[in-house]
Design a protein around this ligand. Structure first.
Ligand SMILES: [Zn+2]
Length: 384
């Protein structure tokens, strides 16, 4: 047995933990950049707490998924405000934005110097500025990952800043913050969480530690996700989804992902589709093609046994086959009214480029079997 595992410096989980942020932050810096989603309303209690703890806070609201230009201007603003600490409170976009800004505060130069794929890809040699992540959705797990996804509207792709030094100093997961999530966001972020548990579990980089997290998370999310869809006020189920999302983040940051996220990168770059919604649309089809490919070309593989375990976890049946798990996920996506990719403007003419880009995406390297272009085409066609 040989593996590596790294995560946030400290994790606080539970209802009401938002109140612990300000005291913790006051030990990390004097002037905080406070990154939020487009509404700063939800962060007003935190803002007041920071002031009471003697910290100055410069607000920075982001409307959507962060772009290279936004990180460039945000870093300039944070330097001007002499911020020595970054706190991000919001969905995956706000957290990735804060994580990228903390990295740029700690390192000289421009985001493009360090960006994978479309930038120079230089290593971020210096640690990030102190960074606190507070998710308000249950899905991305970005509070415990070491990368920030940035969009480049010019090149129509998304690429990551990535470094072990980008792991947050503190992750605060307060399920109360997710109580008010609208239904479509509950569904798409919840299915992203489920994807981020299943893909690391069948990944070629899965390790014994991430397996424990994946199994626990899949079991929890399979029960809790339909419950939060039916009743967003179900506190126990909301807490289970926050827990599952955290477990997904721990798993993916240490075991990688697969074909669903391989497609999510180019689709998210080319179309105005939220990350979770893309993953939800692709998940059942990527699972179906992966299981079929494994049966055809690697019937004795460990990955097939793992898909069978996924099926047993989600269905609760000890005799479930891998294909039963695929059917269960497809049925869940129907029940949660997941829109097909055509909703975002994807059509037949985009398939060749999407297949070409997905094959080269960094997440695809974790997929349990190498899929050929025809199989990739089938996944995206079915998801349309
Ligand atoms: Zn994801």
């Amino acid at each position: 047995m040989r593996f590596e595992f790294a995560t946030a410096g400290r994790i606080l989980f539970g209802e009401g933990t938002l109140r612990d942020v300000a005291p913790a932050a006051s030990a990390m810096g004097r002037r905080a950049l406070l990154v939020t989603g487009k509404s700063t309303e939800r962060a007003s209690a935190l803002m007041a707490g920071l002031k009471a703890s003697g910290l100055a806070a410069a607000p920075f609201a982001v409307a959507g998924e962060p772009t290279i230009a936004l990180i460039r201007s945000g870093a300039e603003y944070a330097r001007g405000e002499r911020c020595d600490l970054v706190i991000a409170m919001g969905g995956g976009s706000a957290i990735d934005c804060g994580k990228a800004l903390a990295a740029m505060l700690g390192n000289p130069g421009d985001p493009l110097d360090y960006l994978e794929v479309i930038g120079a890809g230089r290593p971020l040699l210096d640690p990030s500025a102190a960074f606190i992540a507070i998710p308000t959705t249950a899905g991305t797990g970005s509070e415990v990952t070491r990368n920030a996804v940035l969009a480049s509207p010019d090149e129509q792709v998304k690429a990551s800043l990535r470094s072990a030094g980008m792991l947050p100093r503190l992750a605060v997961i307060d399920p109360e913050l997710t109580y008010g999530l609208p239904r479509p966001i509950t569904a798409s972020t919840g299915l992203d969480a489920l994807t981020q548990l299943i893909e690391p579990y069948v990944s070629v980089r899965a390790n014994p530690m991430t397996d424990q997290f994946s199994v626990e998370g899949i079991r929890r999310a399979a029960v809790a996700l339909p419950r939060v869809w039916d009743n967003g006020a179900d506190r126990a189920a909301r807490a289970d989804m926050s827990w599952a999302s955290l477990l997904g983040g721990l798993s993916l940051a240490n075991a990688g992902l697969g074909a669903v996220h391989g497609f999510a990168a180019p689709i998210g770059g080319m179309f105005p589709a939220p990350h979770g919604a893309v993953c939800a649309a692709v998940l059942p089809h990527a699972m179906a093609i992966n299981v079929r490919a494994l049966r055809q070309r690697a019937p004795e593989s460990d990955a097939l046994r793992r898909y069978e375990e996924v099926a047993r976890l989600v269905t609760g049946s000890a005799h479930a086959m891998a294909e039963d798990g695929v059917r269960w996920i497809a049925e869940l996506c129907r029940r949660l009214e997941v829109p097909p990719l055509r909703t975002y403007g994807v059509d037949d003419s985009h398939i060749p480029l999407l297949v070409e880009k997905a094959a080269k995406a960094s997440s695809m390297k974790g997929n349990p079997i190498v899929l050929d272009a025809e199989e990739l085409r089938e996944i995206v066609t079915r998801a349309m």
